[in-house]
Design a protein around this ligand. Structure first.
Ligand code: AMP
Ligand code: ZN
Length: 471
């Protein structure tokens, strides 16, 4: 059975469905104001592996992940670019979906958007006001009264004695993101302001828009109820976002909210957090442009424990590509020796194959999603393996076991015999070299061959055309 480190209790805890049937979990989704960076994808990939291990372990799941399409950032950018909010966020939502597909992430069962759930958010604020946990201010905003919830700070282990609540100018925080030292009554509803342009809705407190923290409380309640099994996000969300979600949800709905909390440590670049605001980020497109595959990135993001920071380097991505190619070669040899039909993820959810030499890899996955250890076991398993010398049955069993672990990790293995498509830059140089050859400019052609080689490509000349291959 899968066990996971729970941020709230600080203990590695069995992941079970409270209703005995279906694991209900909520992941904070992307803020759709730009392309997600690969740090964001460390979190989304870890959550994807979590879901895969749950389902391949024989449990059904209900996975809800929201789209943050109304907050300070989406509004600021759409207003600055003069594009209606819906149109602006649709572009980045589509981009996010494309990237998720390239990275082989399963689609959540429900993907609610904040803009589509304004009435639910208003209704939650009304309940909080009615119960005395929230109050309206003069400018038509509504704030959550932190002092009304005694357990505030339990998840983030805030030392309330040393935190002077209400330390901001007016004892309130009205931006969506704020720092630990400014714990304050946080905004649930923001009264309409000029800088929000046309992005406002009617409410009992006048025109305005919801604060960021509220959407996850309202939408998780709608789709998963007042009590559900697990909630997840990157570690930066523990405070204030998740702390605020707990306070709002418990005070409005009375339930326990999430039983378990699964947080993923950040992806770093040169030791610093990768983030859009620091400008040290990579997107998937940038890496693909450099000729790396999404599968290599997924492998790299899986190569370190989710509770440890992972420092991203291009060298690491190169190593990930080699490791993936190695697995691709063994996979192909096993498939050939087996001659059986390739099973799908759905087949494996219904029935686990005999895992044999790959059983330790599965055990590592079930033990707090220890992906790096699991990969270590996979490579120990294939060491010295000679599929061509195996019987059909042995090859099939080994192949199915390898495929099962790869499905759990969401790894799409490359076909070693597939023609690799050359990037545009390489094709342009090859064309130039072909013209140089036709013109009998041998020195120029040699120089361009050198350029191709630097980029890791070779060119084989035929009579009428040429062939490009990767070195
Ligand atoms: P955002 O789009 O900023 O709302 O973030 C989407 C998800 O990515 C959230 O769960 C964040 O906690 C997570 N996240 C943000 N930056 C990083 C990072 N550098 N490494 C890992 N996860 C991150
Ligand atoms: Zn959230």
């Amino acid at each position: 059975m899968l066990k996971l480190y729970d941020t709230q209790s600080g203990a590695v805890t069995p992941v079970e469905a409270a209703d005995g049937k279906q694991l209900r979990f909520y992941c904070c989704g992307p803020t759709v104001y730009a392309a997600a960076h690969i740090g964001n994808f460390r979190t989304f990939v870890a959550q994807d592996v979590f879901r895969r291990v749950v389902e391949l372990g024989g449990l059904r799941s209900k996975h809800v992940r929201n789209l943050t399409d109304v907050d300070d950032k989406t509004i600021r950018n759409s207003v600055a670019q003069g594009i209606p909010l819906k149109e602006y966020t649709a572009t980045w939502t589509n981009k996010f979906h494309d990237d998720c597909q390239s990275l082989n992430c399963l689609t959540p069962h429900i993907e609610p958007s904040a803009v589509a759930h304004i009435p639910e958010q208003i209704s939650m604020i009304e309940q909080l006001v009615d119960k005395g946990h929230a109050y309206a201010s003069d400018d038509g905003s509504v704030y959550f009264r932190i002092s009304s919830y005694a357990d505030y700070g339990k998840l983030a282990k805030l030392d309330k004695q040393n935190l002077n609540l209400g330390q901001t100018a007016n004892g309130r925080a009205d931006t969506d993101e704020y720092e630990k030292d400014s714990v304050a009554d946080f905004v649930l509803w923001k009264g309409r302001r000029d800088e929000d342009g046309e992005n406002y809705w009617n409410s009992p407190w006048g025109e305005g828009r919801p604060g960021w923290h509220l959407e996850c409380s309202a939408m998780s309640h709608k789709y998963l109820g007042a009590d559900f099994d697990l909630h997840s996000g990157g570690v930066d969300l523990i405070f204030p976002h998740h702390e605020n979600e707990i306070a709002q949800s418990r005070c409005a709905c009375g339930g326990h909210f999430s039983r378990l909390w699964f947080h993923i440590t950040h992806l770093l670049v040169d030791g610093a957090k990768m983030s859009k605001s620091l400008g040290n980020m990579y997107t998937l497109d940038e890496l693909v442009e450099m000729d790396y595959s999404p599968a290599s990135l997924r492998y790299l993001l899986s190569s370190s424990h989710y509770r440890r920071p992972l420092n991203f380097t291009l060298g690491g991505l190169k190593d990930a590509t080699s490791a993936l190619n190695k697995l691709g070669r063994i996979n192909k040899q096993l498939a050939k020796a087996s001659g059986a039909k390739e099973p799908s993820y759905r087949d494996f959810c219904k029935k686990q194959p005999v895992l044999g030499i790959f059983a330790p890899a599965w055990d590592s996955l079930e033990d707090d999603l220890n992906l790096s250890e699991a990969l270590g076991h996979v490579f120990s398993g294939i060491k010295g393996m000679k599929p061509a010398e195996m019987s059909c049955d042995e090859a099939t069993q080994t192949w199915y076991a390898l495929r099962f672990i790869c499905e759990a990790l969401g790894l799409q293995l490359p076909d070693p015999d597939a023609q690799v498509e050359a990037p545009a830059q390489v094709i342009a140089i090859a064309e130039e070299r072909w013209r140089a050859r036709v013109e009998k400019n041998w020195a120029g052609a040699d120089e361009l061959r050198g350029k191709l080689s630097e980029l890791g490509w070779s060119m084989k000349d035929g009579k009428e055309s040429y062939q490009l291959s990767k070195n």
